[in-house]
Each structure stands twice: as structure tokens, then as C-alpha cells.
Write a protein that binds this ligand. Structure first.
Ligand SMILES: [Zn+2]
Length: 238
């Protein structure tokens, strides 16, 4: 019985180090064997189901302050597999009269597959796809038409890009913010305050790149940028 894992930030994480460190951290170094599968992936092999389940309960997982994926091995043939991290997600900012299981599901469903909803705690267990951007705020329209900002908190989320929301890099290496590559990063960083065109260009690139996800976002954002508005999330709609 095995778990398959994948590092998300190769600049900060090494598989060789991770598969030595994590079993020791779990005090199972003599009960887990590990294989480096290449391409940032690895296998952890367990001697019994209890150990495997115990480790799974420790997630979401991070190594060197960056997240990594770790799920039960399944015979999936896909270059990117595995990519799901189940996060406990807490939503704040929803007005009390809109605080329903349907609305929570509506919001959570846009973040990923919903595993569990705990209405009273205002939290959901969501399978987050690490190939996509992580969303931290969203605007929803109440039945009365007023717009409300909600905040989305991911439990045990460590470093991620503060610019685009990906888990695969930190902001200094953001390909959307600094599309020219690492060598130019530092210099671009120094000049970004005075060189307005660079900032404008990268913002537009960001918007363009986010388009597939914007579709599901707020009407206000769509309106603001003149894109076809698919009013989403409006809680009165199913
Ligand atoms: Zn980024």
C-alpha cells in the first residue's frame, strides 16, 4: 500500500531530501520505504494501512514551507498526477441571512470538489486542484442585489505566490508578473514602481491568463473589464 506524492515548488523542494525527512518527522523511518519517481514525484510504501491512514490525516502537507501533494496511489496515467490537495476551507464575510448550506456549497463548488460541509463551523473540506490558481477573495451578489466580499481561508496553507495564487512558486519567480525569467526578476522588481508600462502589461497578462477562471467569478469583475458577464455565485440562483 502506497501514497504517491509530488513536490510543487522545485526551487525550494527536493524529492531526495523530502523522502528522507518526512518519514523521520512522522517517526516511521523504519516502516516506510520510498521511491523517487522522477519529475518531482515519489512513492511512499507502507507496511500497514493504519500507518498510511495516520499519515494521510496529517495533511495538507508542506516541506521547506512549500506545499506538496500526497494522496493514496491510484493507477492514473497522467503527466501531472497527482494534483489534488484536500484543504479545510473557511469562508468569512457571508452575511448571516445568506448563511445556508446551499450558498456555502455554491461558493465551495467553485474552489474544487466539495468533500464535506460543516455549516456551523462555516468550513468545507475541498479537493483543491494545485494546477490552478488559489482564490482568496470573491464577490457574491445577495438576493437583494448588493455585492458582498467574502474571504476564503485555507487551513495549513504555506507559501504560495502572492501575485497569482499558484502554489508552484513564490512571487519573486511569478511567470505572470515577471514573464522574462529569473535573471531579469530582480531588476524588474527594482524598477516596477517607476516603469508603469511593465506593470500594466503584466497585469493584463494576468487577467488574460486567468480568464478561464474569471468566468466563474463575480459579475462586478466582468462588468468592470467589459467582458461578457456570466453572473455567477448569485445565491438566489441554483
Ligand atoms: Zn505567481
Amino acid at each position: 500500500m502506497s501514497l504517491i506524492g509530488k513536490i510543487l515548488n522545485p526551487k525550494k523542494q527536493s524529492v531526495v531530501m523530502l523522502i528522507q525527512t518526512m518519514p523521520a518527522q512522522w517517526k516511521m523511518q523504519d516502516r516506510i520505504t520510498a521511491n523517487d519517481l522522477g519529475s518531482g514525484k515519489f512513492l511512499l510504501n507502507f507496511m500497514n494501512e493504519d500507518d498510511l491512514q495516520w499519515v494521510l490525516r496529517q495533511g495538507p502537507f508542506h516541506y521547506n514551507f512549500c506545499m506538496f501533494v500526497l494522496v493514496r496511489w491510484e493507477p492514473v496515467v497522467h503527466d501531472n498526477y497527482p494534483w489534488i490537495i484536500p484543504f479545510w476551507v473557511e469562508i468569512t464575510g457571508i452575511p448571516l441571512h445568506l448563511w445556508t448550506i446551499k450558498n456555502l456549497r455554491n461558493i465551495g463548488g467553485r474552489l474544487g470538489h466539495i468533500d464535506t460541509v460543516e455549516l456551523l463551523a462555516g468550513r468545507m473540506l475541498i479537493d483543491v486542484d494545485t494546477r490552478k490558481l488559489i482564490t482568496f477573495t470573491r464577490k457574491i451578489a445577495s438576493p437583494g442585489g448588493e455585492e458582498v466580499s467574502i474571504q476564503i481561508h485555507y487551513d495549513k496553507l504555506f507559501k504560495h505566490c502572492s501575485s497569482c495564487g499558484m502554489l508552484t512558486h513564490e512571487v519573486a519567480y511569478c511567470p505572470m508578473k515577471f514573464p522574462v525569467g529569473k535573471d531579469r526578476v530582480e531588476r524588474t522588481g527594482v524598477f516596477e514602481r517607476v516603469q508603469l508600462p511593465i506593470v500594466t502589461t503584466s497585469r493584463q497578462a494576468l487577467l488574460r491568463d486567468q480568464k478561464p477562471y474569471d468566468r466563474y467569478e463575480t459579475f462586478s469583475r466582468s462588468d468592470r473589464y467589459g467582458k461578457g458577464s456570466r453572473r455567477s455565485i448569485s445565491p438566489q440562483r441554483k
